[in-house]
Design a protein. Structure first.
Length: 365
């Protein structure tokens, strides 16, 4: 058992779950009240219904989000969705659903918000006279190539706007639908204006299915790296998150497999458990790896100063303590041995400008 463990509400017995990371729907940290199901002592079985994903539409007034975090390499990003159906239990973005009055648990992976006007909003923002280009990061809070993207196809419009404006872009994903847009990514990469990161948590398909129930298999992600690389797109493998005891032993194996598939750069991020993610992850451990739960969380707290999470800038992406240092050292040695480059390719902002309009005379020089 864990000390100071927040209690999660029990699972709804009337709902049947299929390939979900979370098992329950805890209230967000801003909610003053929570719901608890009480029995009326009548032993009457209710009919179970399958919990399905719901997608709603949002019409925001802007699409580019700015940040000034000192330990993040980008200052602007686009997220065409809120929530993520991949359902990765460890996802650091789960707490963002609390701002919507929704649960970071099951709601995060079953109640998705889409922004279909993203491309039009982006074009409008790039056209402002005050806009100055710098790489836009995609996939920073939720995966833009999550399953619903195959049907809604918001990403091709975003990419076409960026291509037409010669605006550099980076991506972090584990969604195979990125291969649908391979021609766009390849076209922008040929101009030194695109780079893609593919996250690989484990090579164990069974473990991946439990941790990331609706994300592509590890083999599919390696195929994504291979096809992107063959098309000329610079690919970074993200060994993330590294979970002590569970996936930490695979650091070298993941780097080797990704390098063979064509990845040229690599990064590693240890497990982060902000806000509501910590109790959700603890609950997952009790359900899926009960014999390892205490060991895993002891190691997590060892690299987080005795807590489940350390949000401090400069610490949250690397951890501290002996075990964290050893993992980083193993990563650096393997990266060097396998011939990965130290940093990603520089992206070209110099050609940024509005696309030609109908009737414009093209310059000969």
């Amino acid at each position: 058992m864990f000390y100071n463990r927040p209690m999660l509400p029990p699972r709804d017995p009337d709902q049947r779950l299929k390939a979900r990371g979370a098992d329950t729907r805890p209230a967000g940290r801003f909610e003053r009240e929570s719901r608890i199901r009480e029995s009326d002592d009548w032993d009457i079985p209710e009919e179970q219904s399958l919990l399905r994903t719901e997608v709603t539409t949002e019409r925001p007034r802007s699409i580019i989000t700015r940040n000034s975090s000192p330990d993040i390499s980008f200052d602007r990003s686009i997220n065409p969705y809120r929530g993520c159906e991949h359902g990765c239990i460890y996802c650091y973005a789960r707490p963002s659903h609390a701002y919507l009055g929704l649960s970071p648990g099951l709601d995060f992976e079953t109640r998705i918000t889409a922004k279909p006007d993203a491309a039009a909003l982006l074009a409008r923002e790039l056209a402002r006279p005050s806009y100055r280009p710098a790489p836009i990061a995609l996939g920073t809070n939720t995966d833009p190539y999550q399953p619903v993207e195959a049907r809604l196809a918001i990403m091709p419009g975003i990419l076409r706007v960026l291509r037409d404006w010669n605006h550099p872009v980076t991506l972090v994903t584990r969604g195979r639908t990125v291969l649908r847009d391979l021609d766009l990514w390849a076209e922008m990469a040929a101009r030194d204006q695109a780079a893609v990161g593919v996250s690989v948590t484990t090579l164990d398909a069974d473990l991946a299915r439990a941790l990331e129930p609706r994300a592509p298999t590890p083999a599919t992600r390696l195929r994504m790296i291979r096809e992107l690389s063959r098309a000329g797109v610079p690919v970074r493998v993200m060994v993330a998150p590294v979970i002590p005891v569970l996936t930490e032993p695979e650091i070298e194996a993941i780097l080797t497999a990704a390098r063979e598939a064509g990845a040229t750069t690599a990064t590693m991020i240890p497990l982060r458990l902000p806000h509501e993610v910590a109790p959700l992850f603890r609950d997952w451990l009790e359900r899926h790896r009960p014999g390892m739960a205490a060991h895993v969380m002891n190691r997590v707290q060892d690299m987080r100063g005795g807590r489940d999470n350390d949000p401090r800038f400069g610490h949250r992406f690397r951890g501290e303590g002996l075990h964290a240092q050893l993992a980083q050292q193993r990563f650096r040695l393997a990266r060097r041995r396998l011939g990965y480059r130290e940093g990603g390719p520089p992206l070209d902002c110099s050609r940024f400008g509005p696309p030609p309009r109908a009737g414009d005379q093209l310059s000969l020089f």
